[in-house]
Design a binder for this molecule. Structure first.
Ligand SMILES: Nc1ncnc2c1ncn2[C@@H]1O[C@H](COP(=O)(O)OP(=O)(O)OP(=O)(O)O)[C@@H](O)[C@H]1O
Length: 551
């Protein structure tokens, strides 16, 4: 009995000792540590990290991370994502075994963050339960659905003549200060009524420009459905380089959850420059304009992620509006041509139109939307064809008026109509127009109801017609919003209301006294001029700054 109990005791003690031994066995984790060889602007060369993978995240002292970009046998070129002034040759760095990822989720809506997900708006930490890698493969062709739903920008000239569809990539390009950001921000503002989430990615922008954009979004209540990802001009180039990829992952999370998303990259010129800087510092061979050979690939793999997913994958979409700055209107420079060939169309902003006060300064002749037309609402399609034709005819003929040439009646009419089109397509910043208002204005314009309105009263006439939109019966207004052809009855009702709203803007008939007074002043009164001359074209309405300054 005693012997058994002694054996039991010994067994128990033995078991306990083994348990203690097992639990106290230190868990060994492998840490691969390398050493900094050199540090330069935004770049570090590291050696003794033989197992590192391409684009792996490397941890530097002071909680700074870097991405392994050049992976050679002897050393690794690392792009730094933070301040590097405290780093020295000889410092130790560590492999992390993971690639760069970013926090995603609903908690990001309304926030201003940097590409690493750090808050910049002073509203505390960003709440998110999921992270996605910043570089992800784009959707397979079989998972993509055709672009079929319009993305209303609320900007008349774009919605009517250069329509954008959900899932499309439409480039906005133009010289500096031509209103590129304004178009993108207005498009975001207009998404409030359409349940489209937005991501605005400011890449290497001036802090004041970013602050202005965020203030506009906040003031107009657009931050509720927008995420702003910011890198400023003085941020490390590495951070600027990863910004659009991180922003796209944030947008893709929503798209994969079945939502429609709009992403703005403002602008990819700064992105290309940051990549060029990094590549030159990493001693990659420079090519055209000193850009590295894979400059096309960095933008194509980014924009390829914009798409419209199939219904079985949730049917979400990601529409991309990349922005590019041109120099001296040179749209055939390297980066603009790359982007033009990657995207499904471009909106070109002309500095000369901007100077003439034609805002937004969209040059319709140089702008195109390759897939948006298929997604355009039927009511727009009805007006767009005539409008485009009339406008391009006008642009061709406008040159003649500069020389004060005598114009026949038909040409004069085309020019007068074109001037009304140009005046009506003007639109102030931050005031996107609802679809019914746009279609009513464009129908009236096509029906030449504006042609007798003096040019200096066009704004007033437009406002009057917009007020009259409220008088349009609800079922007709629904037709305008729905993707349905307008019936003859709809058209008649709309034009009837438009005629009434515009009747006060017809040129004032001269009273007898006024005519007599004029007759006294001039030997040949204007009303007696037989044919309409070029001089008359220039004196009608307000003197035309467009025609004069273009000389
Ligand atoms: N439709 C408009 N109506 C009135 N002003 C406008 C309009 N569009 C743009 N502007 C004004 O034009 C100026 C330039 O606009 P914006 O900053 O959008 O241009 P940008 O091309 O993005 O400039 P940058 O080259 O600095 O990025 C701003 O002062 C803006 O307020």
């Amino acid at each position: 009995m005693e012997a058994t109990s002694l054996k039991d005791i010994l067994d128990r003690v033995f078991n306990e000792i083994s348990e203690v031994r097992e639990s106290s066995t230190p868990r060994l984790t492998l840490r691969e540590v390398g050493t900094i060889k050199t540090v330069s602007t935004g770049i570090a060369n590291v050696f003794s990290l033989p197992g590192v993978g391409f684009e792996e995240l490397i941890k530097f002292p002071g909680d700074v991370y870097g991405i392994a970009f050049n992976v050679d046998e002897e050393e690794i070129g690392v792009v730094l994502l933070g301040e590097y002034y405290h780093l020295n040759a000889g410092d130790q760095v560590e492999r992390t075994g993971r690639v760069m990822d970013v926090a995603v989720g609903e908690g990001l809506l309304g926030r201003v963050i940097d590409p690493l997900g750090r808050p910049l708006d002073g509203k505390g930490p960003v709440i998110s339960s999921k992270r996605l890698p910043i570089e992800r493969p784009s959707a397979a062709i079989m998972n993509r659905s055709p672009v079929s739903v319009p993305l209303q920008t609320g900007i008349k000239v774009i919605d009517a003549l250069i329509p954008v569809g959900r899932g499309q990539r439409e480039l906005i390009l133009g010289d500096r200060q031509t209103g590129k950001t304004a178009i993108a921000i207005d498009t975001i503002l207009n998404q409030r009524d359409y349940d489209v989430l937005c991501v605005y990615c400011a890449i290497g922008q001036r802090a004041s420009a970013v602050a202005r954009a965020v203030a506009t979004l906040r003031e107009k209540g657009a931050m509720d459905y927008t995420v702003v990802v910011v890198t400023e001009g003085n941020d490390p180039s590495g951070l600027t380089y990863i910004a659009p990829y991180a922003a796209t992952s944030i947008a893709e999370y929503f798209m994969e959850a079945g939502r429609d998303v709009l992403i703005v990259y403002d602008d990819l010129t700064n992105h290309a420059r940051a990549y060029r800087e990094l590549s030159l510092l990493l001693r990659r061979p420079p090519g055209r304009e000193a850009y590295p050979g894979d400059i096309f690939y960095i933008h194509s793999r980014l924009l390829e992620r914009a798409t419209h997913l199939f219904e079985k994958l949730g049917g979400g979409s990601l529409t991309a509006l990349p922005i590019i700055e041109t120099e001296a209107q040179n749209i055939s420079a390297y980066i603009p041509t790359n982007l033009i060939s990657i995207t499904d169309g471009q909106i070109y902003l002309s500095p000369s139109l901007f100077e003439l006060g034609v805002l937004p300064a969209v040059d319709v002749g140089k702008s195109v939307s390759r897939v948006g037309g298929k997604a355009q609402l039927a009511a727009y399609r009805e007006v767009a064809g005539d409008l485009k034709l009339a406008y391009s005819q006008f642009e061709e003929l406008e040159a003649f008026t500069r020389f004060g040439a005598r114009l026949d009646e038909n040409t004069r009419r085309i020019i007068e109509h074109g001037r009304r089109i140009r005046a009506l397509l003007k639109q102030p910043e931050s005031s996107p127009l609802p679809v019914p208002d746009q279609i009513v204005l464009l129908l009236a314009l096509n029906a030449k109801l504006f042609d007798s309105v003096p040019l200096d009263r066009m704004e007033e006439a437009e406002a009057s017609l917009r007020r009259a939109v409220a008088d349009i019966p609800a079922e007709v207004r629904e037709h305008l919003k729905a993707d349905a052809e307008l019936t003859d009855n709809d058209r008649k009702t709309i034009l009837g209301i438009a005629r009434k709203a515009l009747e006060h803007f017809q040129p004032r008939a001269e009273t007898e006294n006024e005519s007599e007074a004029k007759a006294g002043e001039k030997s040949v009164p204007e009303s007696q001029t037989g044919d309409k001359t070029g001089q008359e074209v220039q004196t009608e309405g307000k003197p035309e700054p467009e025609a004069e300054e273009k000389q």
